[in-house]
Design a protein around this ligand. Structure first.
Ligand code: ADP
Ligand code: MG
Length: 262
């Protein structure tokens, strides 16, 4: 049985704007298992970013529950939330939020340095990830010396550097041309399959969403549809298949030979 990494129950979020309540999330239920990769889609204003921020502990819901792994995060102190966020979650936004005065490699190292990890450990790690996202030769470039797609690759490497269980991406291809966007999409899949990272991507890129094994559609603060395409593999489904194949192999295997009494 796959383990859930995100469980959202009866989640609501109401903003008060100009003295009037605005119900942005109106009762969301969602379970996401470890190793899944999925898209959240829906018209602008449907509440996608708000949901992602609540799951990512960047915002707090009005009512309802969120569990990350086994931990119930609703009601925790902001210090505790920050600890969970740093340990378990990586973010990729539409605009990369890289630090302009630092090189690509320094940007990727940064979350580790902030945590007090050593320069040498983080440098090795960051170099490996930059190579994985196809930027082995761009480590010394500053963000201003990189294309939009390259900047987003750096942002993905940075999101992965502390080996989070979960990556949350909000319109990561929203600012890119379609070819560059497609490359970034492919990279998300690579990272999911290679590292087993669970990835939730908010997107209004139709082809991106259609390439996903699971698409959650939101409308007016509710989940309108939750569809799965089992033909598209994710780390989670491959792992489950692997487990089933192992079971089959075990069933088919001959009984172990009785120990000889020599
Ligand atoms: N901090 C806020 N204060 C008031 N209203 C907000 C705030 N953040 C978002 N909203 C409103 O909540 C609704 C949903 O926003 P959002 O989650 O960003 O939608 P989406 O990402 O699906 O486009 C929008 O109508 C938006 O104006
Ligand atoms: Mg949004």
């Amino acid at each position: 049985m796959p383990e859930p990494i995100v469980q959202v129950e009866a989640l609501t979020k109401t903003f008060v704007h100009m003295g009037r309540p605005l119900e942005v999330l109106r009762g969301i239920d969602l379970r996401i298992d470890q190793g899944e990769v999925l898209a959240i889609v829906g018209t602008s204003g449907a509440g996608k970013s708000t949901l992602l921020h609540c799951i990512g502990t960047l915002d707090t819901p009005t009512q309802g529950k969120i569990r990350i792994g086994k931990e119930e995060i609703t009601g925790l102190s902001s210090k505790r939330l920050a600890a969970i966020r740093n340990r378990s979650i990586g973010f990729v936004f539409q605009f990369h939020h890289l630090l302009p005065e630092f090189t690509a490699i320094e940007n990727v190292m940064m979350p580790g340095l902030i945590q007090g990890r050593s320069q040498s450990e983080m440098r090795g790690h960051a170099e490996g990830l930059l190579a994985e996202v196809g930027l082995a030769k761009r480590g010394t470039h500053r963000p201003g010396e990189l294309s939009g797609g390259e900047q987003q690759r750096v942002a993905l490497a940075r999101a992965l550097v502390l080996s989070p269980k979960l990556i949350l991406a909000d319109e990561p291809t929203g600012n890119l041309d379609s070819k560059t966007g497609a490359d970034i999409q492919a990279l998300f899949f690579d990272m999911n399959r290679k590292h087993g990272t669970t990835i939730i991507v908010v997107t209004h890129d139709r082809s991106f969403a259609e390439s996903m094994p699971r698409v959650v559609s939101m409308k007016d603060g509710l989940v309108e549809r939750d569809t799965r395409n089992t033909a598209i593999p994710s780390y989670a489904s491959l792992k489950e298949q692997g487990a089933k194949l192992e079971e089959k192999a075990a069933e088919a295997a001959p009984e172990p030979a009785a120990a000889s009494d020599a």
